[in-house]
Design a protein around this ligand. Structure first.
Ligand code: AMP
Length: 632
């Protein structure tokens, strides 16, 4: 059975697959690969989906809907044919058509898909996307973030050199920025930032308002059909302006001939408020990635709105470098999803790539507000932009004397007050009957790559309650499987057996050494521990490599010492038995190597991302004590 990759876009959707060693975009019956994400209803005929619906947007705006992806995960409803439809149901109609197209082209049944979502989609929006796929008869193998898919496609096309990129994904309704590090076969999403309500549609709206202003029209008083015509003209002129020049707007509205000039400079001015928001998002992203513009090798622009010359101009002024606009800018995300589908299917022609992602929002629990205010506040457990899978443990204490139970309420979001964040679920557990602040529970959050959050709460009597917050209903077997997998993830790198063993070897060397050598080993242990605790794949890998290199030097220098002490006899016999290679000259160079590796040590410390480290270590050690929401 084939797996397809789907880019479920605000304006257009596409499907791609890996077939006979090649990546293919799947065309619709009309031969077009871009499938408009639009749905219409025709009395007596039923639903129209795709291009047929898009054409009616202009003539029948009351019976046709588009851009519903912007409201995914909300309670918004669209009325069609006398019934209300949610964005999830409308998206399901689009996905169902894409599945049927793929089955027609590939001549086989499609039951699974990799679906892309904006990086900034929250849990509800992701959950609704999965539900939409389920309704369309597709099991979602994995949801991947659109910019991550774009990075995958860029990496496949641009070669294997180590590079740092920002993917600027500017579509019809959303803007997603991702800070990506590519090294060897790893694509690591280090941080994401974005806005679910900032896209090409906003530019159309700005042009529409400008046109109305120029012609003395009051938007609020215009009939829907007239507004739809002006918006359509605005989008046409915007696209015509994409590569510069001018596009004059002319339209008869309510019998009056209206016109307004549109040049690049005018469009640049109209986009200023949007550019201000973009700049803020860049600041946010660089801050979260602990980086700066000079470290970026490429700025990769994808999404339909990336074609706009004014956006390129703004970005090159802001960042001081020319952005790379990919040839198939509106197809790149689908191509990435198709590549991922190929990897999942183990297409031998594709190099196995490891795509690591981050949690785009903070996950935490509600705690008592120390200022005495009634409103509970968020205590973050897994910070936004933590690499997935992520795990964190903290201790919380009671706030009431002899309180019987603690209620752990789980939230997602960045706001201070829990009520301003998204509520996800809760777990209650009994606690020891003690005065306030003396009874405690340990709360552990584990978040996996599929966006499944496992929360476990343990009291001081060793009793444990847990909850799985999944994006969709899970069967009993799935639940069991996930719980087992979670148990593995729960161990942060620093606690994994192989890493503990490696650190134990360093500690032994530390113990047996003295003076400067001991100091150096101590510094090394600090630097390696820092890397392992950072939670970032690259830093963990750096820590590993540094540790391996140092261990072999330490081992060699110990051998040299043994050789000297035993007049070269005992250790030789022993190594020959173990298959020691007599040709190896490095045995004699132990001390020399030791000194010359000094520089290496400093490099690795930098690579360990020390900026984020102390906070994470504190979180993982689980010593922080906070007041928890309580039930008395
Ligand atoms: P997407 O969501 O990636 O499909 O992008 C859709 C957005 O891209 C819509 O706002 C379109 O108006 C915009 N778009 C498509 N083609 C162009 C173009 N040639 N120039 C400027 N904007 C475009």
């Amino acid at each position: 059975m084939a797996i397809i990759g789907i880019d479920l876009g605000t304006t257009n959707s596409l499907a791609a697959c890996w077939r006979d060693g090649r990546l293919e975009l799947i065309p619709g019956e009309d031969g077009e690969v871009l499938f408009p994400s639009a749905v219409g209803y025709v009395e007596g005929e039923g639903f129209l989906v795709g291009a047929a619906a898009k054409e009616r947007l202009l003539t029948h705006p009351d019976d046709t809907v588009a851009s519903f992806k912007c409201f995914m995960g909300t309670a918004k409803e669209y009325s069609l044919g006398g019934r209300a439809y949610t964005p999830m149901e409308l998206s399901a109609m689009v996905l169902e058509r894409l599945r049927r197209n793929a089955e027609r082209v590939l001549q086989e049944e499609i039951e699974e898909a990799i679906v892309t979502v904006p990086a900034y989609f929250n849990d509800r929006q992701r959950s609704d996307t999965k539900k939409a796929a389920q309704v369309a008869g597709l099991k979602v193998e994995r949801l991947i973030n659109e910019p991550s898919a774009a990075a995958l496609a860029y990496r496949m096309a641009a070669g294997q050199e180590d590079r740092t990129l920002i993917v600027f994904d500017f579509g019809g309704g959303t803007l997603d920025l991702s800070y990506v590090e590519c090294f060897e076969n790893v694509i690591e999403i280090v941080a994401v930032a974005g806005d679910n309500h900032l896209g090409g549609d906003d530019i159309d709206r700005a042009i529409q308002s400008y046109f109305c202003r120029e012609n003395g029209l009051v938007e609020e008083r215009l009939p829907l059909e007239e507004l739809a015509r002006i918006r359509h003209l605005a989008e046409q002129c915007k696209c015509a302006l994409a590569s510069g020049g001018r596009a004059d707007m002319e339209l008869t509205v309510g019998g009056k001939a209206c016109r307004a000039p549109l040049t690049e400079d005018i469009l640049f001015e109209l986009c200023m408020p949007l550019f201000g928001k973009m700049k803020q998002l860049f600041l946010h992203l660089l801050e979260d990635a602990d980086s700066r513009v000079s470290r970026i090798d490429d700025l990769v622009m994808v999404g339909g709105s990336s074609r706009l010359g004014v956006v390129k101009r703004f970005l090159s002024e802001l960042l001081g470098k020319e952005p790379v606009v990919l040839d198939e800018t509106d197809r790149v995300v689908a191509l990435g999803a198709g590549i991922y589908a190929g990897i999942r299917r183990r297409g031998e022609e594709i190099r196995d790539m490891l795509l690591t992602d981050v949690c785009p929002f903070t996950l935490g629990i509600g705690i008592r507000n120390r200022s005495g205010q009634d409103k509970n506040v968020l205590s973050p457990m897994i910070e936004r932009n933590s690499t997935l899978p992520a795990s964190c443990r903290n201790r919380f204490v009671t706030t009431g004397d002899y309180q019987r139970e603690i209620l752990v309420k789980i939230y997602q979001g960045e706001e201070y007050y829990v009520d301003d964040n998204v509520y996800l679920g809760e777990v209650a557990i009994e606690v020891a009957l003690k005065p306030a602040g003396q009874a405690w529970v340990d709360v552990q959050f584990t978040y996996d790559i599929n966006g499944i959050l496992h929360v476990s709460v343990e009291n001081e009597m060793g009793e444990r309650r847990q909850i799985l917050l999944a994006n969709q209903a899970l069967s009993a077997e799935e639940l069991e499987r996930y719980t087992k997998e979670m148990e593995k993830i729960m161990l942060p790198p620093i606690e994994q057996p192989e890493n503990r063993e490696m650190l134990a070897r360093f500690l032994a060397y530390f113990e047996e050494s003295t003076g400067e050598r001991r100091e150096r080993i101590g510094a090394m242990i600090g630097s390696i521990t820092q890397g392992l605790c950072s939670g970032r794949k690259k830093a963990v890998r750096n820590a590993w490599e540094t540790a391996r290199a140092w261990l072999s030097i330490l081992e060699e220098s110990r051998e040299t010492k043994e050789e000297r002490l035993f007049d070269g006899r005992v250790s030789y016999d022993w190594y020959e038995e173990e298959g020691w290679d007599d040709e190896d000259e490095s045995r004699d160079g132990g001390k020399e190597d030791w000194d010359s590796k000094d520089e290496n040590r400093n490099d690795s410390e930098e690579g360990c991302d020390s900026g984020r480290e102390p906070e994470r270590r504190e979180r993982e050690s689980g010593q922080r004590e906070e007041d928890c929401e309580n039930r008395e």
